[in-house]
Design a protein around this ligand. Structure first.
Ligand code: ADP
Ligand code: MG
Length: 239
């Protein structure tokens, strides 16, 4: 696609709170990268945005700590399980004014905890690396979500993000074939780019970068993802 994609500023009316779960049973698939970039982009669109770090590894919390006041505010919430407390304790710490809540979940999440989260969110974003083992593990993960009561009862959408994609790689096609078999066709692709690494270090989303030619591909890819998520959320509003 050659056309330029941007994240547009929304109208300043307060929006109902929508929760976005970023999940995959596999570690290293890009959950924290996708979560932090989604949060930064939603904040830049003007939403009151919270980022819940539900992973004890605390990658998103590291990113939050690097983020400076020069970028739109993302409200950080520690959602890692704490002994003696409910695993949903974080919900009490998300301010009521939040309009978008992004939840960065851990790899190897137990089915019960995953079900608790799915029950409480509006959309599930699943980053997936194009490698044989990741495709296998993730298609099983998606099948289990499809079968779970928490998913089926509320008709939520899954958005799959092919992360670190190289379109010339044969696994790019394998990834599309496996997802098509699950009737998932509208896949968002994020390129493998050093720009993502730099942004973690600086507490930025790629959307916070200056729009220079070498940033265009990653910025457009993240904009596509945010637009896809927002489109799905607005369709939910209509029902
Ligand atoms: N699209 C990408 N391009 C380059 N590096 C990436 C990309 N996505 C993730 N990474 C890097 O891969 C590693 C794992 O990503 P991360 O988002 O932490 O995965 P997870 O949260 O699923 O464990 C991190 O070092 C991250 O910076
Ligand atoms: Mg992570």
């Amino acid at each position: 696609m050659t056309s330029e994609v941007r994240v547009y500023q929304r109208e300043q009316l307060s929006a109902p709170c929508r929760r976005i779960l970023v999940a995959n049973a596999k570690g290293g698939s890009g959950k924290s990268t996708v979560s932090t970039n989604l949060a930064a982009a939603l904040a830049r669109m003007g939403y009151e945005t919270a980022l819940v770090d539900a992973d004890p590894q605390q990658t998103s919390t590291f990113w939050m700590n690097q983020r400076t006041a020069e970028y739109p505010v993302v409200f950080g919430v520690n959602g890692a399980p704490q002994s003696g407390r409910s695993t949903l304790d974080w919900m009490l710490r998300v301010p009521r004014t939040m309009e978008r809540v992004v939840i960065d979940s851990p790899g190897g999440i137990e089915p019960i905890r995953l079900g608790e989260l799915i029950e409480r969110v509006d959309i599930i974003v699943i980053p997936l690396l194009p490698s044989a083992i990741d495709i296998h593990a993730t298609t099983e993960f998606i099948k289990n979500i499809f079968l779970s009561g928490a998913y089926r009862n509320r008709g939520k959408e899954i958005v799959v993000v092919g992360n670190r994609v190289n379109r010339r790689n044969k696994y790019f096609h394998a990834l599309n074939r496996s997802l098509n078999a699950l009737k998932i066709s509208d896949i968002i692709h994020l390129p493998d780019s050093y720009v993502f690494l730099r942004c973690v270090d600086e507490g930025m989303g790629v959307i916070d970068l200056e729009r220079k030619p070498h940033n265009k591909e990653v910025m457009d890819a993240v904009s596509h993802l945010v637009q896809r998520v927002e489109q799905s959320l607005s369709e939910r509003n209509e029902h």
